[in-house]
Design a protein around this ligand. Structure first.
Ligand code: AMP
Length: 410
């Protein structure tokens, strides 16, 4: 039997992996600059950690969690998102005595969604969270950080920042009631999927992409008509600070995000180059969440970015390391070849050696691996203490003295 990866999972190697590592490097270096500390949490947690905070009626809890019984019958779940485990870790390890705290993490998440381009059942997320501040400056800082990461990776791409406010708990409660009343009037015209959410999760109907829902959504009540004075001021402040930064954004009153724990600021960074799964980064405020998870009553704000989607956009701007392939024409040149690659490696130049001693086979493999250079050692090179360096990208070659190889390739 030939095994295939489980549906919705994929292996990372070669260019995809190089891009993953490159992204990780950008993340880690910017995390340091912005003052965030890494937390690595286990990939499974108690199921209850997710159920209530994410919302009994959220898609994740209803149908996407990988939940299983442990041998002692306790219910465990592969983490579908990182915010709740990160807060759990901060509480479990008493990291919230002095606030605010700024944490980040990178790692795999699991959701049993219908797989498609940019949507997997095991995927990787980057998460940044600030715990313990009501200040909109924290929201702004997180947005600046996301913008910085994306600009670092995609200096020439147009990436759109959409913003909305869900107001405070009262705003959201009244708004949901009004939405339910509104959708009830059109229930026969809505898609089956949206109809099922009229009373359980009406916010999610708003970002439905089903054609029959679009027009109904265009005339749905808008959340800004329900803001409390405090919510309105907060949202105005946020927009002013972003304009001063300056950061371009667009207010989208239909942006709601999928989970129950959000309030006030919500935002998404999107790209036109990704098809339907176009959100690279999404986040917002979750002021009641830490308390709900048994911690102190402190606010929080954060975002999650999809590694696979960011990697998809990285197609052409990944810097691949200069790769060197050693081609020994005869096995008797082994000692010379090993001395040479040792010298290169000690000078941090990566070299691949295939133990084939066959010019044609080695050059073909060097091309297959997309090596930039082949160093060819034949009889003349041994005799003259030289190396022939072939540039496989430009199809040119030159012979240099053994001692000059490092300098030539650096
Ligand atoms: P969410 O936790 O749903 O707000 O998602 C945050 C980000 O993670 C999204 O903007 C995507 O970039 C990414 N993401 C979410 N679900 C998936 C998935 N099933 N496959 C790949 N990326 C995902």
């Amino acid at each position: 039997m030939k095994f295939q990866p489980v549906r919705g999972t994929h292996d990372l190697y070669s260019y995809e992996l190089a891009k993953y590592r490159c992204l990780e490097e950008v993340i880690r270096s910017l995390a340091k600059i912005y003052g965030f500390n890494e937390i690595i949490t286990p990939i499974f947690e108690h199921t209850e950690l997710f159920k209530k905070p994410l919302g009994q009626h959220s898609d994740i809890v209803l149908k996407e969690m990988y939940t299983f019984k442990d041998r002692n019958n306790s219910s465990l779940t592969l983490r579908p998102e990182y915010t709740t485990p990160m807060i759990r870790a901060a509480i479990s390890n008493s990291l919230l005595e002095k606030i605010p705290k700024k944490f980040y993490g990178i790692g795999p998440m699991f959701r049993r969604e219908r797989p498609q381009k940019g949507r997997y059942r095991q995927f990787n997320q980057i998460n940044f969270e600030i715990l313990g501040s009501h200040d909109v400056a924290a929201d702004v800082e997180l947005i600046l950080l996301a913008d910085d990461i994306l600009k670092n990776l995609f200096p020439n791409k147009k990436i759109l920042l959409q913003l909305n406010s869900l107001g405070d708990n009262d705003t959201l409660k009244i708004y949901k009631e009004n939405l339910s009343l509104y959708y009830e009037k059109y229930k026969n015209k809505l898609s089956d999927e949206s109809r099922a959410k009229i009373h359980t999760n009406p916010l999610r109907i708003l970002d439905s992409k089903k054609p029959q829902d679009l027009e109904i959504n265009n005339n749905a009540p808008r959340i800004y008509n329900f803001y409390s004075e405090n919510a309105k001021i907060k949202f105005d402040n946020l927009q002013t600070l972003l304009k001063d930064a300056p950061i371009d954004f667009e207010v989208n009153p239909k942006l709601v995000r999928g989970l129950d724990y959000y309030c006030h600021t919500v935002f998404e960074f999107k790209s036109d180059d990704l098809g339907t799964q176009d959100t690279l980064i999404g986040g917002g405020r979750y002021d009641g969440l830490t308390k709900l998870l048994g911690g102190p009553d402190i606010p929080g704000v954060g975002w999650a970015g999809g590694v696979e989607r960011i990697i998809m956009l990285m197609q052409n701007n990944i810097k691949i390391e200069k790769k060197v392939y050693l081609v020994l024409i005869n096995e008797s040149f082994k000692s010379y070849g090993l001395r040479l690659i040792n010298l290169l490696r000690k000078n941090k130049i990566p070299v691949f050696f295939d133990y084939k001693y066959n010019l044609k086979k080695s050059l073909s493999n060097a091309n297959h691996l997309n090596s930039e250079y082949a160093i060819i050692i034949g009889e003349d090179e041994i005799k003259n203490n030289t190396c022939t360096i072939k540039n496989l990208y430009k199809n040119s070659q030159k012979t240099v003295a053994f001692e000059q190889v490092v300098k030539t390739l650096s």
